[in-house]
Design a protein around this ligand. Sequence first.
Ligand SMILES: [Zn+2]
Length: 601
Amino acid sequence: MEQLKSRNEVDVNYTWNLTDLFESDEAFEQAAENIRPEIESYSRKYENSLTDASVAVEAIEGFKGLMESLVPIGAYANLRLSSDQGDASAQRLSGIASNIGTYFGSETSFLTSELLQKDESFLKDIRTRAPEFENFVDELLKQKPYQLDAKVEKALASYSTVFEGPYSLYLKTKLLDIDFGTFTANGQEIPLSYLAFEGELESHEDTEVRRNAFRAFSDKLADYQHTTAATYDLQLKQEKTTADLRGFDSVIDYLLHRQDVDQTLYNRQIDMIMSDLAPHMRRYAKLLKRVHGLDEMKYEDLKISLDPSSEPEISVEESRKYINDALGIMGEDYLNMVNRAYDERWIDFVKNKGKSTGAFCASPYGSHPFILISWTSLMTEVFVLAHELGHAGHFYNANREQNVFDARSSMYFIEAPSTMNEMLMANHLLENSDDPKFKRWVISSIISRTYYHNCVTHLLEAAYQREVYKKVDNNESVSAPELNRLKRQVIEEFWGEDVTITEGAELTWMRQPHYYMGLYPYTYSAGLTIATAMSKRVLNEGQPAVDDWLKVLKSGGTKSPVELAQMAGVDVTTDQPLRDTIDYIGELVDQLEALTEEIEG
Ligand SMILES: [Zn+2]
């Protein structure tokens, strides 16, 4: 197993090209410096001056301009840092961006406060004069019942860097402080890190390597559990205080309000998956155990592939053809974006020390999407890449069609375009193979990656998170032992007697950054529910379904998640789409069992 390189040793051709945002760090600093006086003169000009609707429109226009200038500043700093958390100059730039963001927030908080003090006819007048700000005004009105006094809003905005503190601390502990060292398996010393564990070792086909890696990984996590729990507790306290101050009944209501979603949709995902998906996934776990001849099925065995030997290796260059073929159905404009992503270095493929784990796509308004991934040369990466290109395709479309206020859709919908592309990839691979072993590999990838990841891993986070927030709503603090207990309870409930929940599994809550992003975890399964229904439509109806989907992508945040799903022909106000999704997963497990019979013949 290779030692991780430093960022300055990697092949530049496989890194993203941030000069599309700023030519250099100096240019970035210059831009950050230039914008400060602009913000200052903006607030001097408009604060306490919104006398009539035409001035208000001008003020919103100016605000929009400032936001458009700030987006690349924030994006550049974030991307620099996520490619190497340990890079001192990236840390400095990130500090600059965050300071300017805070300054912007507090200097312009008057705009919302003052507009919300106006009467309805004033706001209507803004909408008539400037129809492009219709959604902006509607969003304001939604906030109105929870808006605080102008001075309080300003003070809160000035503290925003502090409010981001827990997340930044979490990342520092996780990516800089924890040193996993090495572990031994089969008499060999093997280097361990977050990247190595999640990218390779936790799904390693050698049982001793996999289980020993899990042991060493968990032991090291345990050393940091109290710091991490205290960091998380700060995040929770801040959310609870905000919810209380603004007059929400609970933290969950407060966080769902931002998503334009009510508790029915939220609770349904968690409850129904916990009860109805679990039996199918336990059947899948039993199949893994049988095929691999394991003595018992342990928690750390769940990520193994059904048949690792059928997983082809794939280079970055080879992935392009798969991606093109699978996503071709989305049309020329979409594919053009995909190929630009390869040709113009929108994607950071390399592996290096200090790089953020997992994969993500950032789509700064006014620029193009950027994708972070750590390429392992395994076929699964085409699913990861298809997923991230799904986010890219979403914002590539939405950013072109909508203004900076309206481009982002609700978090509830965010994972639909990405998981949709995973389904398109799977359909493509299945259609083009008659080899039962490869077919089984593809179906098991859909289960073990797409559905496992989105409907099990993230859903168990969601179920755990809901328990945590119940405590928070009771004004209780959380500590590491309590978080461990809650996490273990959820895992045990889902897997029942079919999987042994090894010591260390309860620390899984330490691994996800999602808990610093509100009610994010449950949205993966919500998005995938829409994507499952949508990909079936594309398979059955072809072009008309694709056209509907592109319209949805272009709508950005101008519609609520329920409306967006409706446009895609999916009614998420009922439990039918989720029921269908769970049945579909059941069918996939049936197919895996049948293909296994056929292969073992
Ligand atoms: Zn995603």
